[in-house]
Design a protein around this ligand. Structure first.
Ligand code: NAD
Length: 322
């Protein structure tokens, strides 16, 4: 089997490779060639840690495995390690033998950014010019960098609950040669053609009547029961897409709109269906589209498999007899 350590991922994985891997696996999920296993997530009663597994099998890509890991809230203060820790394990689907162990920390940010980026490619208006950000934490920088590659944006505007964090995303805009303006939530909703929301909030920031017709919104922060970034009524105004419907309505942004009876499960479409051409996607320039990105194990496996191929090709993968 091959080992690809966390320290090598940055030099190997490109945004383009992550985008391709995630777009393909979303398509395979919608074609029912790939499926995610039930997620296990446990508070282990030690170090206040949350630990779990996200697994799946992609028959089309021949990728089988799981991501193991979670959240250790005291890592940074006590050990100088980041709080999110994860590792991906891949198995040969023909034999069940382990085939690779891959550092999963940077890959998680890259695959999450690739998901919103795939949604922008397939759902945002082609003439989108203003990019709006809600959130300015760790994931937000990856999200913005990937989003800016999808349309000819000429400006980035952003709001964050903690305004002192806005320079994190302003720097990404500047690196891409674009001006950045701090904005109110109302301004983000009115002016932005594409909005990414990536916060850890448990109450809505963006309200339904903030948002202009024709906007594409990627809600990427809500991945747990109780979290919420946008008003539930916004989902009733929008055409709603997701990575996986079961997750969207239980732990994603759609949990609230479905729970309040504003939309039904059948109103939530898989983004993969748009990629495959079995759903038309955006139907008019005035339509509001919303991608509920909940994060599925198959995304992790797809990018890990791609990075193993790159590591082997470049002679960086460590081969062990196991
Ligand atoms: P972070 O701690 O670096 O940043 C948190 C962000 O949320 C900051 O912008 C902060 O200002 C904002 N925030 C905090 N409290 C808020 C409040 N009450 N109202 C509005 N905003 C508030 O975290 P991160 O690593 O950037 O992760 C952000 C979120 O994305 C988390 O909820 C995480 O679980 C989620 N996430 C989702 C996926 C996925 O696949 N969908 C993957 C990774 C992370």
């Amino acid at each position: 089997m091959f080992i690809v350590p966390e320290r090598e991922i940055g030099g190997l994985m490109t945004r383009a490779a992550a985008f391709d891997a995630v777009e393909k696996v979303f398509a395979a999920m919608a074609a029912q060639d790939a499926y995610n296993f039930p997620v296990v997530r446990e508070a282990i009663g030690h170090e206040d840690a949350l630990y779990g597994f996200k697994g799946g099998f992609d028959r089309a890509g021949k990728v089988l495995g799981l991501k193991a890991g979670g959240y250790w809230p005291h890592n940074l203060e006590r050990r100088g390690l980041i709080n999110h820790q994860s590792t991906v394990f891949l198995f040969d689907p023909d034999t069940g033998k382990p085939s690779a162990m891959v550092g999963g920390n940077l890959l998680t940010a890259l695959r999450t950014a690739a998901a919103s980026s795939v949604s922008i490619k397939h759902l945002a208006r082609k003439d989108a010019r203003v990019m709006g950000m809600i959130g300015a934490g760790h994931q937000a920088t990856f999200q913005l960098r990937a989003a800016l590659e999808q349309r000819a944006f000429d400006k980035v505007i952003g709001w964050n609950y903690h305004p002192e964090m806005l320079p994190n995303i302003a720097k990404v805009a500047e690196e891409a040669g674009l001006p950045f303006e701090a904005a109110t939530l109302e301004q983000v909703g009115q002016e932005a053609d594409v909005i990414i929301s990536i916060t850890s909030a448990f109450a809505p920031s963006l309200m339904a009547d903030h948002v202009s017709p024709g906007t594409h919104i990627a809600c990427m922060g809500t991945d747990t029961k109780g979290k919420q970034e946008v008003e539930a009524a916004l989902l009733a105004r929008a055409t709603v897409f997701t990575d996986e419907v079961a997750q969207s309505i239980s732990i994603g942004e759609a949990q609230h709109a479905v729970g309040q009876g504003l939309i039904a499960e059948a109103d939530v479409q898989q983004l993969g269906a748009v990629i495959n051409g079995t759903h038309p996607g955006r139907k008019s320039a005035d339509e509001i589209t919303l991608f509920d990105g909940t994060g599925v194990g198959l995304q992790d496996l797809a990018v890990a498999s791609a990075v193993v191929d790159l590591a082997v090709a470049q002679g960086i993968a460590i081969e062990v007899d196991f």
